[in-house]
Design a protein around this ligand. Structure first.
Ligand code: ATP
Ligand code: MG
Length: 311
């Protein structure tokens, strides 16, 4: 069953120029993806390709310019405000920097329990569920009365997770949740994420620029380039040949790979989106057709889609 779906969504921002309007920046160009119940969908791509913008659309924090956002089968932005408000708690977020997303003046206990109090849950029940949640994310009870700055980065991210899960949401969107952490702490948090996903039966959209991390966690992977999804595949398929040339380059640029080579060239600007295939200016396999015609996202096997003329 599909819990969340973005259908052909586009999003542009009007840049502000000095004393006059600037150009329009198209960040997302007709992106479609769907998240199934109990699934971890990984979203990977270089900095600036539009991952956080996609996250904001999937969290219903922003409305797409075009296309549709469906949550639990319902066209979210066409629902009456009251129904949207009821759906909101079932959709939660964890961001990269918990220091910025957690109110520094609130105690940990209040930060974690706030979503329950907003729902009018009784004091006793709130306290019980908060303590239980803290135990599940590996926070000591003493942390209850502390403030965010008195915790480590890893502990703060545990607080953000506890706060996101305490209402038993359907979907959690995690935008680079471990990118600011040390490698060792990162591994702990990734394992905690897997454990919690299992226990709560929740679905994740897991966003990262770090492909190995995405491969470790995700059941399915969406590869994004310049505001478009160029490949969508089960994580296991990324070990097979015949991937999108961009995905192949991302895999080859993983440190420790035998033939490590970085993805050549700078990602082109969203302001000058290439004609035809968005990846053709950097693609080692580009042909004249790739400059002329945009390849559609085409099914190559049951759950594997590629937007490439050469595959
Ligand atoms: N509100 C906004 N107004 C104007 N431009 C924006 C806005 N939000 C995002 N952008 C632009 O859209 C592009 C994509 O940004 P986004 O944050 O979605 O990328 P990202 O893939 O999350 O990058 P990173 O990996 O660095 O987090 C960037 O060029 C950014 O400057
Ligand atoms: Mg981002």
């Amino acid at each position: 069953m599909t819990v969340l779906e973005l259908r052909e969504v586009s999003k542009s921002y009007r840049l502000r120029g000095f004393l006059r309007q600037g150009p329009e920046l198209q960040v997302l160009a007709g992106v479609s993806l769907s998240l199934r119940r109990h699934e971890i969908l990984g979203l990977v791509g270089e900095s600036g390709c539009g991952k956080s913008t996609l996250a904001r659309l999937a969290l219903a924090l922003e409305k797409p310019d075009q296309g549709e956002f469906l949550f639990l089968g319902q066209p979210y932005w066409r629902l009456p405000r009251r129904e949207r408000r009821n759906l909101r708690p079932r959709l939660q977020a964890v961001f990269q920097d918990p220091a910025a997303s957690l109110n520094p003046r609130m105690r940990i206990g209040d930060l974690i329990s706030e979503p329950l109090r907003l729902q009018g849950v009784s004091r006793e029940e709130t306290r019980d569920r908060t303590l239980k949640m803290m135990e599940m994310v590996g926070l000591p009870e003493e942390a209850l009365s502390r403030f965010p700055h008195q915790l480590s980065g890893g502990q703060r991210q545990r607080v953000a997770l506890a706060r996101a899960l305490i209402t038993h949401p359907e979907v959690v969107v995690l935008d680079e949740p471990t990118s600011a952490l040390d490698v060792s702490v990162q591994a702990q948090i990734l394992n905690l994420l897997l454990d919690l996903q299992h226990r709560f039966g929740v679905s994740y959209i897991f966003i990262s620029h770090d492909l190995p991390v995405v491969l470790y966690l995700a059941h399915r992977v969406a590869v994004m380039y310049l505001g478009e999804i160029v490949e969508m595949a089960p994580a296991a398929d990324l070990e097979k040949p015949g991937l999108h040339p961009y995905t192949e380059l991302l895999l080859a640029s993983i440190p420790g790979e035998r033939k490590k080579r970085p993805v050549a060239g700078e990602p082109p600007s969203l302001l000058r989106r290439p004609y035809g295939c968005v990846f053709h200016p950097r693609c080692p396999e580009a042909r004249p057709l790739c400059q002329r015609e945009k390849p559609p996202l085409r099914r190559v096997s049951r759950e594997h889609f590629i937007a490439c003329h050469r595959r």
